[in-house]
Design a protein around this ligand. Structure first.
Ligand code: GAR
Length: 221
C-alpha cells in the first residue's frame, strides 16, 4: 500500500531529507516522499530529491511582497501535488499562524534541541554556554508559537568536555537522522492520537533515540 503523500520543506543540505528518503525506500517509514520544496534554489537537498526521482520545486521567498503571499504560493504547490503531510527539515523561514493552522496536525518539524529547552537559533552554542550535560533534538507537530507543539520523538546526546559547536552539532545530527523517520512513521501510520497540545502514542512506540556515547558518561545504578 502506498504511504501518505509527504512533502519535505528545506533550505539547505537536506541531510534529514536524505534520512527520510532512505527510511521510506527501505520500508521503515509509512510515508511516500512525493515532493521536496526549497525556498533557496541552491539548496543541495533539491539535488538529493532529483537523484531519487522525487519532484523538486523552488518557491523563493524573495519573490513575494509578504510572508502571506509566499505561504499562499507554497500552499498552492503542496495542494496541487496532493500532499497530505508536510515535514519541515531545516526550513529556515518562520511560518505564520495562517499556514500552520491550515496544516494543523499534518505539519512536523525537527528542531536541534531538547525542547522546551533552547527554542530558536544557535541551539548548540547555547547548550554549551549553559553547561548542559545532555542535548539533542525534537520532532514535534507544529503550532503557531515558534518551536512549540506536541512532542513526538526526541533524541539525546551527551555534551562532552571538549565539545565545540561543530562536534556537538554533528553528534546531534546523528540522532536527528534516526528520530525523524520514527516520528513521520508514527504520524503516517495514524498511530498518533492528538488531543489539543498533547499526543498519545502506542505503549510500544519507539519515541526516544539515545546516542551510543551516552552510555559512556552515564551513571547507571
Ligand atoms: C538540522 O540540524 C535541523 O534540526 C535544523 O537545521 C538543520 C538542517 O540540516 N533546523 C533548524 O534549526 C530549524 N530551526 P539538514 O538540511 O542537513 O537536514
Amino acid at each position: 500500500m502506498a504511504g501518505r503523500r509527504t512533502a519535505v520543506l528545506i533550505s539547505g543540505s537536506g541531510s534529514n531529507l536524505q534520512a527520510l528518503i532512505d527510511a521510506c525506500e527501505a520500508g521503515r517509514c509509512a510515508a511516500e516522499m512525493a515532493l521536496v520544496v526549497s525556498n533557496r534554489a541552491d539548496a543541495f537537498g533539491l539535488e538529493r530529491a532529483r537523484r531519487h526521482g522525487i519532484a523538486a520545486e523552488v518557491v523563493d521567498h524573495r519573490g513575494f511582497a509578504s510572508r502571506e503571499a509566499f505561504e499562499a504560493a507554497l500552499d498552492a504547490v503542496l495542494r496541487q501535488a496532493g500532499i497530505e503531510l508536510v515535514c519541515l527539515a531545516g526550513f529556515m523561514r518562520v511560518l505564520t499562524s495562517g499556514f500552520v493552522e491550515a496544516w494543523r496536525d499534518r505539519l512536523l518539524n525537527i528542531h536541534p534541541s531538547l525542547l522546551p529547552a533552547f527554542p530558536g537559533l544557535d541551539t548548540h552554542a547555547r547548550a554549551l554556554r549553559a553547561g548542559s550535560r545532555v542535548h539533542g533534538c525534537t520532532v514535534h507537530l507544529v503550532r503557531p508559537t515558534l518551536d512549540d507543539g506536541p512532542i513526538l520523538v526526541q533524541g539525546v546526546v551527551p555534551v562532552l568536555a571538549d565539545d565545540a559547536v561543530a562536534s556537538l552539532a554533528a553528534r546531534v545530527l546523528e540522532v536527528e537522522h534516526r528520530c525523524y523517520p520514527l516520528a513521520l512513521d508514527l504520524v503516517a501510520r495514524g498511530a498518533v492520537r492528538i488531543d489539543g497540545d498533547r499526543v498519545t502514542l502506542p505503549r510500544d512506540a519507539r519515541t526516544l533515540v539515545l546516542h551510543p556515547e551516552l552510555a559512556d558518561h552515564a551513571f547507571q545504578p
